[in-house]
Design a protein around this ligand. Structure first.
Ligand code: MOS
Length: 696
């Protein structure tokens, strides 16, 4: 395909709005006579509320309303279509009863004329509880793992017997900490009712879902709710769901008959807006002396809440990453007295691939085979789990390009063999993968008399550059220059889009825009130019026949070099390289930026990020940016991103696979493998801490 804008390093079409402050985020919208709501969070980890002293606080300056289960309206709360989990909406039925299910659960809401007055009154609200000891630790003997309602267990061959008979055996356990998304922009909702119609200016990765959920919760027709979200200041999955604060904002606005603004504090973003679940995993590998896998058993357990099952693809990739005749993967959930987790960038795969890729690296040392060579010897011809070909798979090409670029041949294989002065140097590599999804989407395009075009989709742009890449797709298909296309998103009354997640926005929304543009061009051919404006709407989804024939995934190879100070245990990532085969790259500038961000997330996962819970009551003890550590410039040094040429005619008409998630996958094991190479210490628990290195 010859292109004029697709594949070009176009700078962000919304860049000027963002740097001038013209781009408006949820908390920046204001309505006349707006009141301010502040959530009061439970201070016990489990139990029930025995009393709330509304009266004392209701008299405080500026207070408009105090809401709790004692006086909150009963909400309809019915399951409905359109949630990320179609079996449930938000199952935390907020302010509907006296139960405390987890520490930090919203238990009351104070509405006042100013934020200051609302905060003061919320802090003064006295609540008494009957408390019990919560189970908040997945490793607690009282945390019992269950099979999820929708089981994803897979098996081929006889992995147990093959393991028992394997000439070389390796078995290891992995523990990855709970993480919180911590985007720059806080969750925020401004709610305003006009009669029985509700408008929400709200941070969301999925405006049509927020519309549907809130309509269901308040028992009003879906079309009576309008959700507006033109910009998202980072989200990484935390805004995929419609959490309780949205319900509370709408409830407060209804009760007070005033528009209400509700913005979560940084601390509150650790309570009830999801998190990457802590996971415990176990991998057993059987192999021959020459490094051919004969058995792979991958077990994983993730946290969920007591009131809802959150599942992610923790162990799934082990069934297709590597050639092996006998594979068993099992996934379990441990219900805890905690809020429900949610997808966080690279959900499932980021954690699962850490276990598999750490184990493979460990096996390579055991067999004295180069770690990349070991993967080469076990590269599958087809997806052996689904027994069908990959639509495309460039894993080895990624390793080739990466090894060359990173100077892998200069690496001396023996652990502790590389030094820079006092520093121990290690170089590690790991594979990355993520499914190439495409979800049903629609789009509308209008050709105007002045020769420009308008395109509308109820999509989101949390930062990857969706505004820009979709403008490119439309301009390309219509044969227009970029500045003749105006692309709008973030309104629930636009043609519906899937959630802005799962790395499927480019494939899903892009395909719909392409189809709508083709359709409007056909119309234009039939009609004289002066009859403009012309409009076309298209809905697209993945071709089921093609989807049944191919296994569709993106692949990548990630490299890291660490320098470890053996005296103080500091680990510094000096260089990192990610090489990806992800189909067509619509915009190499944005793609590189997105992958850099994902890789930094992976550095955070490997070395810094963990939400620490107080074991007595489940309180997140580091619920602020000072103690929840994330990589800053000094932590990330030199990051390079490369894309291999990959033409995949099967995934979708655009040939794109998505990049958001895979960019985080693989970084953590590459670093852990580099740490082993530097020190000879295999760390199977993330994040890797200074303490882990002290006797290195
Ligand atoms: Mo991504 S975790 O699907 O927002």
């Amino acid at each position: 395909m010859t292109t004029h804008v697709i594949g070009k390093p176009v700078t962000r079409v919304d860049g000027r709005d963002k740097v001038t402050g013209r781009a408006r985020y949820a908390a920046e919208f204001n309505q006349p006579d707006q009141a301010y709501a502040v959530i009061v969070n439970a201070t016990v980890g489990l139990g029930r509320i025995t009393a709330i002293d509304h009266a004392a606080v209701a008299k405080m300056p500026g207070v408009v309303s105090v809401l709790s289960h004692l006086n909150a309206p009963k909400l309809a709360y019915r399951p409905h279509k359109g949630s990320i989990d179609p079996k449930s909406g938000e199952r935390l039925h907020v302010l509907q009863d006296d139960a405390v299910r987890f520490r930090g659960q919203p238990v009351a809401l104070v509405v006042a004329d100013t934020l200051d007055n609302a905060e003061r009154a919320a802090a003064a609200l006295r609540i008494t509880y009957e408390a019990r000891r919560p189970v908040i630790d997945i490793a607690d003997p009282e945390a019992r793992a269950i099979v999820p309602e929708i089981s994803s267990d897979r098996s081929r061959g006889d992995a147990e017997t093959a393991y028992a008979n394997a000439p070389v055996k390796l078995t290891a356990a992995y523990d990855i900490a709970r993480e919180n998304h911590n985007p720059m922009e806080p969750h925020a909702t401004v709610a305003a009712w006009q009669g029985d119609r509700l408008t929400l200016w709200s941070k969301s990765q999925y405006v049509v879902n927020e519309q549907a959920e809130i309509a269901a919760i308040f028992g009003i027709p879906v079309e009576n709710v309008q959700v507006i979200c033109p910009f998202v200041g980072g989200a990484f999955g935390t805004s995929l769901r419609t959490w309780s604060h949205v319900t509370l904002a709408a409830m407060a606005a209804r009760v007070t008959r005033r528009p209400v603004k509700l913005v979560l504090t940084r601390r509150q973003m650790f309570f009830a807006t999801g998190h990457r679940p802590r996971t415990l995993q176990h991998v057993s590998i059987g192999a021959t002396e020459d490094g051919k896998l004969t058995s792979l058993i991958h077990d994983g357990t993730g946290e969920t809440s007591r009131y809802e099952q959150f599942v992610e693809a923790l162990v799934n990739s082990s069934s297709y990453m590597i050639s092996c005749p006998n594979v068993t993967t099992r996934y379990r959930l441990a219900p805890l007295d905690t809020g429900t987790p949610v997808y966080m960038r690279g959900p499932g795969e980021a954690s699962g691939v850490f276990a598999l890729e750490s184990a493979l690296d460990e096996l390579s040392y055991k067999l004295d085979i180069d770690p990349i060579e070991l993967r080469r010897r076990n590269e599958p011809e087809i997806d052996e789990d689904e027994n069908r070909p990959f639509s495309s798979r460039s894993l080895l090409k990624c390793y080739d390009v990466g090894a060359e670029r990173f100077g892998w041949s200069q690496r001396t294989p023996k652990p502790r063999s590389m030094r820079d002065g006092r520093l121990l140097i290690g170089i590690g590599a790991a594979s990355a993968t993520y499914p190439a999804y495409q979800a049903p989407s629609s789009a509308r395009v209008r050709l105007l008399a002045d020769g420009s075009a308008e395109v509308e989709v109820a999509a989101s742009d949390m930062g990857p550059g969706t505004y820009t890449s979709m403008t490119q797709v439309a301009a390309e298909t219509l044969g227009l220059p970029l500045d003749k296309v105006r692309f709008s998103l973030g309104r629930s009354d636009f043609p519906p889009a899937p959630s802005h997640g799962g790395s499927w926005t480019m494939a899903s929304v892009g395909s719909a825009i392409q189809a709508a543009c083709i359709s409007v061009l056909r119309e234009a051919e039939k009609r004289p130019a002066d009859e403009r404006p012309l409009e076309a709407t298209a809905s697209t989804q993945r071709d089921a026949e093609i989807a049944g024939r191919f296994s569709m995934h993106a692949f990548g190879a990630v490299f890291a070099e660490v320098a470890i100070d053996p005296d103080v245990g500091t680990i510094r990532v000096r260089r990192a390289l990610g090489v990806y085969g992800a189909g067509r790259i619509v915009n190499p500038l944005l793609a590189r930026s997105q992958c850099t961000g994902g890789m930094i997330g992976g550095i955070g996962m490997a070395l810094m990020e963990r939400t620490v819970l107080d074991r007595r009551d489940g309180r997140p003890v580091n619920a602020h940016m000072a103690d929840y550590l994330m990589p800053v410039n000094l932590d990330i040094a030199e990051i390079e991103v490369r894309f291999v040429d990959e033409v995949d005619p099967h995934v979708n008409p655009l040939g794109v696979k998505g990049l958001g998630e895979i960019a985080l996958v693989g970084m953590a094991p590459a670093i852990a493998n580099a740490v082993f190479h530097a020190t000879g210490k295999r760390i199977r628990r993330l994040p890797i801490l200074l303490e882990d290195m002290l006797d290195a």
